[in-house]
Design a protein around this ligand. Sequence first.
Ligand SMILES: *Cc1c(COP(=O)(O)O)cnc(C)c1O
Length: 229
Amino acid sequence: MSIADNLAGIYERMAGAARRVRRSPESVTLVAVSKRVPVEKIAEAMAAGQKLFGENYLQEAQEKISRLPPEASWHCIGHLQSNKAKQAVELFQMVETVDNLKLARLLDRQAALAGRVLPVLVQVNVGREPQKAGVFPEAAEKLLREIKECPYLQVRGLMTMPPFFDQPEAARPFFRELRLLAEALTGKGLLGEHGPVELSMGMSGDFEVAIEEGATLVRVGTALFGERL
Ligand SMILES: *Cc1c(COP(=O)(O)O)cnc(C)c1O
């Protein structure tokens, strides 16, 4: 299967999942996860119409972005070290992985220096896994209130990576929890000021379940590009 075929298949499955819960297929956006994928394959996905990509590692992203056409846009979906805030602001249209105030403040400062507003998501560790990044759900409210003081950041929504399961259905309660948390925070006026609230959740194995639970961004790598090296 070519990347173009994979892409078409993923869009079809995304639309099917949206329709099952009476959502419009246009309400879900694919972030093509291109970590450890060579630029030639990313270019192939671009030729097939995909323009939004997700990268985990700053140095890798920097090298690829410089070699690909400017029509591509990029989300940071990996853990971001504080000393990389400047480059992150230069490279990414959105940082999906803000989970502490120190990082938020550094991104805010660099965005101010760059003269731009940076859209971000707050990463939530819904599975409370010690090895995973993200704030615990009960700490999201405090962080959102603190980030409100950062004039150059716009929090657009929440992102999560639930525990890994072989069965996609097993991830459903975690996706649902992120949606309910976002709804509660929206009710408190902490989300939704900058347009529709984004929920970034769902990967190759479970993006359809995530869409059924309200995902607006799905991050899919393997199903599009094949197994990573
Ligand atoms: C690698 C990665 C993905 C994509 O995973 P696949 O299973 O290859 O689709 C999504 N989100 C994050 C944060 C990742 O690191």
